[in-house]
Every structure is written in C-alpha cells, then in structure tokens.
Design a protein around this ligand. Sequence first.
Ligand code: FEO
Length: 178
Amino acid sequence: MSYKRISDEMENLLNKQVTKEAEAAQVFLAYGSWADTMSFGGVAEFFYKHATEERDHMKKIISYINTRGGKTKIEAISAPPANPKNLKDCLEKALEHEIQNSKAIDRIVDLALEEKDWATFNFAQWFVEEQIEEEALINDLIDKYNLATEADENNANLYDLDKDLKSAPQHISTPREH
Ligand code: FEO
C-alpha cells in the first residue's frame, strides 16, 4: 500500500500488540502442555485451542497494519512464565493475562479516539468484544473449578447437574400435545 493511513504512534502500538498476542499464544501453549503432563486432558485441549486463537488475533492485526499501509515488525517474544502451582493457579493466571491484554486493547482504543482514527477505532472494537468473551470464558472456568472442589457435600452433584443442563431440551411435550 503506497499511502500510510495510520500514525507512526498507532503503527508502533499495533506492532506491540502483535507481540503481545504472540506472547499470549506462548503462555497458553505452555499452560496446555503443563495441563497435559498433569493428566488434565480437557484443560490441555482448552489451552491449546486458546493458543491458536491468540495466533489468529496476531495475524488479524498484522493484516490490518499492512492494509493501512503500515509496516509490521515481527519481534522476539519472551519465554512463558514458570508452570502454575496447581489448576486453580493456572486458571487465575490465565484470567490475569487476559485482563492485562484487555487493558492493552483499551490503549489502542484510547489512541484511536485521541487521533480521531475511526478506522482503527472500528477495527479495535472487534478485540474489545473478543476480550469480554475471553475474560468471561475463563471466569466461568474458575467458577466451575470452585463448584467442583469446594468442600460442600452437594457441590459435585451441582457440577454434574450443570453439565446435564447443557443438553437439556428447550421444549418439552405437555399432556395437551398428546
Ligand atoms: Fe488475543 Fe486473549 O487476547
């Protein structure tokens, strides 16, 4: 693209976000692998898929920078943190990671607003929505973890009940229909 339609500052911030998304993928890949070694197959699958999503986010931003005539810089990424202490620690750290990422997205929105860069403002809204969903998803896993492990004698039953309700029908035949 011959004409650059984003500011240098925005280009720089978006490039930083490319690196953050790549780092998020590394973190979740590491958590997935840790869960695998702990025989938490479901958790491992969740984090492996999540790592792939983060890489998709990274590619989405690269494509946007290039489309707006900017230059993408693929930087080195830092190593993921040490393995979590346990499953609760893993989920809480994953949530904290998502919250930090939401804040980074907010800075892009702030700058777009300040510069009246409505194209980037609009582009960033997809990420705002995505972060709401991702935070809620991991928050929900923490709630489920608590439900499954709290020392309340009926909790395990509630956990199973919730799984059954997932496939509960939306319609039930009544005597009048027979
Ligand atoms: Fe792409 Fe979970 O942030």
